[in-house]
Design a protein around this ligand. Structure first.
Ligand code: ADP
Length: 390
């Protein structure tokens, strides 16, 4: 187990392609940290710099108490699971897992008590036995953790995608590394298997309590797996926070729109002062702002802002349950029943938005509705900086 620290880390690829810029992050000992962001935002590059597979152009990476910038990957005490987990096709599951220990010249504590030629031969033989027994113990323990005991004698071609991925993870577990690195490990699996493996990896983390860094472009994976999440864009960290904090208090429009499905609704609006009170004014609606927002919004009077509202905060049962809640008038364009809830694709003026409503709410395409809003859960963003004001 180890803490991983990245300080002012940057990566410039040949051709002056800047992939990562001034990346600062401390991943605590035993933490599950997820890096998430759209394709090309620099998350794999960052992970590969931690792994030692990519040269670090700027800054330092520290694993435990050792700066590893110049340490070879094999000496960094890390294990990495990739999207394309290449198992040896002609080896069994057992051999695939044992092989990396053999290759790494893994040595349990040696027994060197005996002296002389015969003694050396005996101790060589004893050490060999100890090594074999230790490898066997580790492989069986990993197989046990992953529930693949019955597969140990099979070859990879006789395994499903999920089972192969489990073996790839097993190969890492046997090494007992200080840090696990995962680079989009579930991308090649079908949707159902992805969900299953997601919980398995989380369970694995709970059991091993090893530091894990997990890269994904999938915000659902990030939200469900991470102790904390790093949201990246264009090589820059946008926000580092727990899943709940990211969802409730996104620092800017990018994070607000990236985290959450269906995504947050955005409205181009301005702040107006009417009869001494502030309002969020859009072309087709005006909403009184909560008293707690007044001071922060004063400087924005008569200025443009972006109003953000998650789908569950407009037209939802909890919104409709509020007495005298402000409303947004809108027309139903598409109805998507999901079973436990229904998504209404609405149009107010020229702006589209999504409302998460009670599945039993009766409405039809073309209906004009007044949807209640939970203002206390709304967000207001600065148009120029895109930073959150509220
Ligand atoms: P992500 O993992 O977020 O999809 P990457 O870290 O793979 O992003 O890539 C970040 C940026 O660096 C992208 O613009 C990508 O094109 C660029 N890049 C990645 N690898 C190389 C490389 N070997 N040479 C040049 N540019 C690269």
């Amino acid at each position: 187990m180890a803490q991983v620290r990245l300080e002012h880390v940057g990566k410039v690829y040949p051709g002056n392609v800047r992939a990562v810029n001034d990346f600062n992050l401390t991943i605590n000992d035993g933490e599950f940290m997820v890096m998430v962001g759209p394709s090309g935002c620099g998350k794999s590059t960052t992970l590969r710099m931690v792994a030692g597979l990519e040269e670090i152009s700027e800054g330092t990476v520290t694993i435990g108490d050792r700066v590893v910038n110049d340490v070879l990957p094999k000496d960094r005490d890390i294990a990495m699971v990739f999207q394309n987990y290449a198992l040896y096709p002609d080896k069994t599951v057992y051999e695939n897992m044992a092989f990396c220990l053999k290759m790494r010249n893994f040595m349990p504590p040696a027994n060197n008590d005996d002296a002389g030629f015969l003694g050396s031969l005996t101790s060589w033989w004893k050490n060999r036995q100890i090594k074999r027994a230790e490898i066997d113990r580790r492989v069986r323990e990993a197989a046990d953790i992953l529930g693949i005991n019955e597969l140990l004698n099979r070859r990879p071609k006789a395994l499903s995608g999920g089972q192969r991925q489990r073996v790839a993870v097993g190969r890492c577990i046997v090494r007992n590394p200080a840090v696990f690195l995962f680079d989009e490990p579930l991308s090649n699996l079908d949707a159902k298997m992805r969900v299953q493996m997601r919980t398995e990896i989380s369970r694995l983390h709970n059991r091993l309590e090893t530091t894990m860094i997990y890269v994904t472009h999938d915000q659902t994976e990030a939200m469900t797996m991470g102790d904390r999440i790093v949201v990246m864009k264009d090589g820059l960290i946008q926000q580092v926070a727990t899943p709940a904090d990211l969802y409730d208090s996104p620092k800017n429009i990018f994070v607000a729109g990236f985290i959450g499905t269906p995504p947050m609704n955005f409205f181009d609006a301005r702040i107006a002062k009417v009869d001494g009170k502030l309002q969020i004014k859009e072309e087709s609606f005006a909403l009184d702002v909560p008293a707690a927002w007044q001071a922060k919004l004063e400087p924005y009077i008569d200025k443009k802002v972006v109003f953000g509202l998650r789908p569950e905060h407009v037209g939802s049962p909890s919104a409709e349950g509020i007495e005298h809640a402000p409303t947004i008038p809108a027309v139903v364009e598409v109805i998507e029943p999901m079973g436990s809830e229904t998504y209404l694709y609405m149009k107010t003026g020229a702006t589209g938005f999504i409302a998460r409503v009670d599945p039993h709410r009766s409405c039809e395409v073309g209906d004009q509705l007044n949807l209640a809003v939970i203002m206390a859960n709304g967000h207001v963003f600065d148009v120029d900086t895109t930073a959150s004001i509220i």
